[in-house]
Design a protein around this ligand. Structure first.
Ligand code: C5J
Length: 227
């Protein structure tokens, strides 16, 4: 089988027709500060175990994706060290004791170049894999992601990462409005709140797939292994 051949992947609300040549894996915000014990997410009282269960399925998927020679793209949420791209509304939201730009357990919180802002070692990008630094929740807002995808002829996205209801959902909605077909993998996305995870996935696939499809990594791995 070649890269142009369609592979049918089990998904809801109906099977996803994956075309490897036109499909990219988009891994959202698998950053140390969100996922690692002792990071910013945990200091806010979140159970990072809810997110860490996604690491192994993502690692297996990324391995198979790379072996098949397909395009993987990583994103990181964060801001310039001078915080010039940080809206005041985002900085003050939540009245938390710790804010973006403050010192955290792994450097300044959500600031580019700091240890906590970087991607976890298990999924670290390889040379040639684009890393998109995004100041917002959606990966298309104020980034060059759309240009990167268009220049590579990508029309489909397999979407993984964290968190299901925030950056994953926002990105899938943005992608949908730009004409991309998105397949979200339920075992490769996670939330600190299981009920939001569940609802986040249901919102994607409701109404005949109003924002896209929901599937499982094993089915995508099976499909790309045939390349
Ligand atoms: C992401 C967040 N990545 N929850 N960020 O979902 O603030």
């Amino acid at each position: 089988m070649g890269n142009d051949e369609i592979r049918t992947v089990a998904a809801e609300p109906y099977p996803f027709e994956l075309c490897p040549r036109h499909c990219a894996l988009l891994i959202i915000d698998m950053q140390r500060d969100f996922l690692e014990p002792g990071g910013f997410g945990e200091t806010l009282g979140n159970d990072v175990g809810q997110l860490r269960r996604t690491i192994e399925p993502n690692r297996r998927l990324l391995g198979a994706w790379r072996e098949a020679g397909l395009l993987a793209i990583h994103t990181r949420e964060g801001h310039r060290p001078d915080l010039a791209d940080l809206p005041e509304a985002k900085r003050v939201r939540g009245h938390g004791a710790k804010r973006i730009g403050d010192p955290g357990p792994m450097g300044r919180i959500l600031v580019r170049g700091e240890a906590g802002h970087d991607i976890i070692p298990e999924l670290y990008p390889k040379a040639g894999e684009p890393v998109v630094d995004k100041p917002g929740k959606g990966a298309f807002f104020a980034t060059d992601l759309h240009a990167i995808l268009q220049n590579r002829g990508v029309t489909q996205l397999v979407v993984t990462g964290v968190t299901t209801e925030v950056c994953v959902n926002t990105t899938v909605r943005e992608a949908n409005d730009r004409g991309y077909d998105c397949l979200v993998l339920e075992d490769c996305v996670g939330s600190y709140f299981p009920e939001f995870h569940e609802m986040g996935l249901r919102m994607v696939k409701a109404q005949g797939g109003i924002f896209g499809w929901v599937g499982k990594s094993a089915d995508v791995i099976g499909a790309v292994r045939k390349i």
